[in-house]
Design a protein around this ligand. Structure first.
Ligand code: NAP
Length: 488
């Protein structure tokens, strides 16, 4: 009889070493680092902990593989991605369990992330064979222009812990499709999903050296020499705005091309004519996807004063009925936050809002016991000066404020240095489009709480980032133009 999946089985199967030039290798120093289960605080396993020498070895492997990889037939690159997509889908349950174990999200959410992550490989397998060039006559009538697209070269990819698989595939997919080699540095809290992904790509036929994975607890020491070394040609970073700024400065030295997916502070606007069923459903997704640990998470709820009471009561009812517990347990909706520091930050933001007069409709108390749990929480009467208005909450806390007119709410929504996503709920399409256009963000959900889709360009304006991932433009970040002038 087939055994029931256990928490340890997929973890045992994942290689725990660095992946360099197609080989699994210990860190040169022999160091390892623990991976913890945020639901229990227990150590699940140890993985190799790379130092700067390991980073350089990974870079060398990527540099050495670049020439031949760039010459590979686009169809061959496409088929590797397609095979990897099929393998990921076939292994949904074990990858989901692996992700839940190291990151905490419920198994249902982890399965949804596996599907989302795999889709980037399918999407970019289709884009790999559609990289186009051009031939044309220049205005003088004599010279011809031959325009082709070339891979930018060896890339450094840095990912956060909140979507351990999808943030990897969203970068690796277009890099493979474009013909770039790469070094991936995943977040130290969630290295296992990236190691599993490397193993899947190896199985799918990715040549040695094209993808190298360096797990480390010493990100700065490993990454900085690579960015300043002159051989890495592109950085694709997803993480906080603060770290993004540091890395942008490092990129400047050797003019490394950056793309940055940074933090957000999403406004969620509910007008008086909104369908409240739709708005509350949207709020549950925009707030509770990934326990609120998403750059796209609704951070500030602006609700028209005529419907704010009803909206908040209905949201509190739905939030309060969610089951909190270890993500691996059946029926659990809300897993633990990533670590104690993350939970302490959420608790401090709530305490600050309450001190400034906010009322707690539901949640707000850290439960006793192990694990980094925080209950779904709804606050009303939030003072606009509260710290959570200008800080990513990154937890399951909905802060509700009221407004009375459209100009006022657009001004308040735009009053932030971030501009990743905004959500607008109204039955009036003209108003929806008008407000959507006026919001200073890269993405808008109109009567929906979910914008992420591999076929759409994901990214922000202002200090939420540079460039886009996914969609037709996702591959552009990994391609250069090359122009040949030919007099005829
Ligand atoms: P983070 O602290 O910025 O870390 C992100 C990654 O950068 C991790 O792998 C981290 O490794 C690494 N890192 C940190 N300092 C570094 C340095 N000096 N040099 C090189 N690498 C360094 O962010 P996080 O807490 O993991 O993730 C949450 C943030 O990501 C939130 O702000 C969220 O909004 C953002 N995010 C954005 C998107 C988007 O698409 N816009 C998507 C998901 C998440 P270490 O932890 O070892 O330092």
């Amino acid at each position: 009889m087939k055994g029931r999946l256990t928490v340890t089985s997929p973890i045992e199967q994942v290689p725990k070493r660095l992946f360099i030039a197609g080989q699994w290798a210990e860190a040169a120093s022999g160091a390892t680092m623990p991976v913890e289960d945020p639901a229990t605080g227990q150590v699940l396993c140890h993985v190799a902990d790379a130092g700067p020498d390991d980073g350089r070895r990974a870079e060398e492997a990527a540099v050495a593989a670049q020439g031949e990889w760039a010459r590979t037939a686009p169809r061959a690159r496409s088929e590797i991605l397609r095979r990897a997509y099929e393998i990921i889908i076939a292994r949904t349950d074990e990858l989901a369990l692996l992700m839940t174990s190291e990151m905490g999200k419920s198994l249902a959410e982890a399965r949804a992330e596996v599907a989302y992550a795999a889709e980037f490989f399918r999407w970019f397998s289709e884009e790999a064979v559609r990289i186009e060039g051009a031939y044309g006559t220049l205005p003088d009538g004599r010279n011809r222009m031959l325009l082709s697209r070339r891979p930018v070269g060896p890339c450094l990819l840095i990912t956060p812990w909140n979507f351990p698989l999808a943030m990897g595939t969203r970068k690796i997919g277009p890099a493979i499709a474009a013909g770039c080699t790469m070094v991936l540095k995943p977040a130290p809290q969630t290295p296992l999903s990236s190691l599993a992904l490397a193993d899947i790509l190896r199985e799918a036929g990715l040549p040695d050296g094209v993808l190298n994975v360096v797990t480390t607890s010493r990100a700065g020491e490993v990454v900085e020499p690579l960015l300043r070394g002159g051989r890495i040609r592109k950085l694709s970073f997803t993480g906080s705005t603060q770290v993004g700024r540091t890395l942008l400065a490092q990129c400047a030295d050797t003019v490394v091309r950056p793309s940055m997916e940074l933090g957000g502070n999403a406004p969620f606007i509910v007008f008086d004519d909104a369908d409240l069923d739709v708005a509350v459903d949207g709020a549950m997704v925009a707030k509770m996807r990934n326990m609120g640990e998403a750059c796209t998470a609704a951070n500030r709820f602006f609700v028209h004063s005529s419907v704010a009471g009803e909206f908040a009561a209905r949201l509190a009812d739905r939030m309060g009925s969610l089951v909190v517990g270890p993500g691996t347990e059946p029926g659990v909706d809300v897993g633990p936050l990533i670590d104690r520091a993350g939970r302490a930050k959420v608790a401090e933001l709530v305490a600050d809002a309450v001190e400034r007069g906010a009322k707690v409709l539901v949640g707000g108390e850290i439960p006793d016991g192990p694990g980094c749990f925080y209950p779904p929480t709804v606050l009303t009467g939030v003072d606009p000066g509260s710290r959570l208005m200008s800080t990513e909450i990154f937890g399951p806390v909905a802060a509700v404020l009221t407004f009375d007119d459209e100009d006022e709410v657009v001004r308040a929504a735009n009053d932030t240095e971030w501009g990743l996503v905004g959500y607008v709920f109204t039955r009036d399409l003209s108003r929806g489009l008008r407000v959507g256009e006026r919001l200073e963000v890269g993405m808008v959900g109109l009567n929906t709480g979910l914008v992420s889709n591999p076929a759409a360009p994901f990214g922000g304006v202002k200090q939420s980032g540079l460039g886009r991932e996914g969609g037709r433009v996702g591959i552009e970040e990994f391609l250069e133009y090359k122009y040949l002038a030919v007099p005829v």
